[in-house]
Design a protein around this ligand. Structure first.
Ligand SMILES: Nc1ncnc2c1ncn2[C@@H]1O[C@H](COP(=O)(O)OP(=O)(O)OP(=O)(O)O)[C@@H](O)[C@H]1O
Ligand SMILES: [Mg+2]
Length: 383
């Protein structure tokens, strides 16, 4: 049976019902050279697109400011796969004012948790004393991801101790039953070792393999999809393919969700790694090109608005200083501006007014206090 190629089934039981749980073989799978060769072209295309994105990132001065929005866009999209509904502006506004707009607070919390988790992970792997990509780091990220209302009963930061399943109402009728809980630690440990071991396979292909293995182990009670997608961003950095988290691959996985799940399943049921790898490469290439356009678009937008502002009669130094902060703070309030510019309320108010006159900032909604202003043309490019 083809399924034997990628793992094996073990019989387990829950509440008196027995079922087959899937235990994957450790990575890497044995892929025939002839089949791998069919990936040469999509692999080269994806690598070239990533290299262009990486370069676009390098050419943007103070890229960090732009990353602010990219990371939130990816967090939002990744959270949406499970049905979280929040808007980018509501998330940005929440970070400034603790007001959720039309989005539900729980939804916003999920997105901001995702941002906190990925920021934590990047800090760790970039700091000499930080945790490497490891089970420990996964647990830490899981704890952050599950902070607050929805995650509280999902054993935050802990590998699962019970049987879980994907699709269906119980293991007996599920689409997919991951390994029994007592196997999780060993399987994940082996995955960690694979990440740090040598393999002649192209790194981009290794990333696709690691993502699947993580989803197949399904090590946590919830959040496995989000952590597995975060892992893609970390590995792009780890293997030197992309220095900054600019690739919002979740957009592709969300737009092609049915194919995404089908491809994951086909590895287990048909031993079809190649189909998944091709699907992954096509997505990386498409999103990398999209992200390159977005990065360049945002940068030109800022350059053009800067020119416009400088040509606006009465443009003050504080208005220009505020403008330069907008990429990292595309939604602002009066208290935030006062703080950012270390200035008085009237001066901050004048700077905001000036940017409104210049057509750069626009008020969101009509609030009496804690009014919100967004950098509209910039945010439009991210939608
Ligand atoms: N048939 C399948 N085989 C293996 N993994 C699957 C399958 N279907 C879905 N998955 C993975 O399981 C994830 C969902 O798991 P879980 O609910 O723990 O994660 P989440 O982050 O809470 O949700 P989501 O990924 O939907 O946002 C999917 O994103 C996908 O990566
Ligand atoms: Mg879930």
């Amino acid at each position: 049976m083809a399924a034997q190629l990628t793992g094996r089934y073990v019989t387990a039981s829950v509440a008196g019902e027995s079922f087959e749980a899937f235990v994957p073989e450790p990575l890497p799978p044995k892929l025939a050279a002839r089949e791998l060769a069919t990936l040469d072209e999509p692999l080269r295309t994806a690598e070239a697109a990533l290299a262009r994105l990486d370069l676009a990132g390098e050419m943007i001065p103070s890229l960090d400011r732009f990353l602010y929005a990219f990371v939130r866009k990816e967090a939002l999209l990744s959270s949406e796969i499970e049905g979280t509904q929040a808007t980018l502006v509501d998330v940005l506004a929440w970070e400034q004012t603790d007001q959720a707009g039309d989005s539900r607070i729980e939804d916003i919390e999920e997105v901001t948790n995702y941002v906190a988790a990925i920021n934590h992970a990047f800090e760790q792997i970039h700091s000499p004393k930080g945790a490497p990509i490891s089970v420990r780091l996964f647990n830490d990220c899981h704890r952050i991801l599950m902070q607050g209302v929805r995650g509280a009963n999902k054993q935050p930061g802990e590998l699962r101790r019970s049987q879980n399943w994907v699709g269906g109402s119980r293991p007996g009728n599920a689409v997919f039953v991951p390994p029994p809980p007592e196997r999780v630690a060993d399987l994940l440990g082996a995955l960690e070792r694979y990440i740090h071991a040598e393999d002649e396979l192209a790194p981009l292909l290794r990333i696709a393999l690691v993502h699947v293995q993580f989803e197949t182990i399904h090590p946590y009670l919830d959040g496995n999809g989000r952590l597995g997608r975060m892992l893609i961003a970390l590995l792009l950095d780890h293997w030197g393919l992309l220095k900054s988290p600019l690739l919002y691959l979740s957009l592709y996985l969300k737009q092609n969700q049915a194919a995404y799940y089908r491809n994951l399943s086909a590895i287990r049921t048909e031993g079809d790694w190649i189909g998944w790898l091709r699907f992954f490469l096509v997505g990386v290439a498409g999103i990398a090109d999209d992200a390159t356009r977005t990065a360049r678009g945002l940068y030109s937008r800022v350059a053009e608005d800067r020119r416009k502002l400088l040509a606006t009669p009465g443009a003050t130094v504080t208005a220009i200083q505020l403008f330069e902060q907008l990429p990292a703070h595309p939604v602002v309030t009066m208290p935030l501006v006062t703080r950012l510019l270390a200035t008085s309320k009237p001066t901050a108010g004048k700077a905001i007014e000036l940017l409104i006159t210049a057509g750069i900032l626009a008020e969101i909604g009509e609030r009496k206090r804690d009014r919100l202003y967004r950098y509209q043309n910039y945010l439009n490019l991210l939608d």
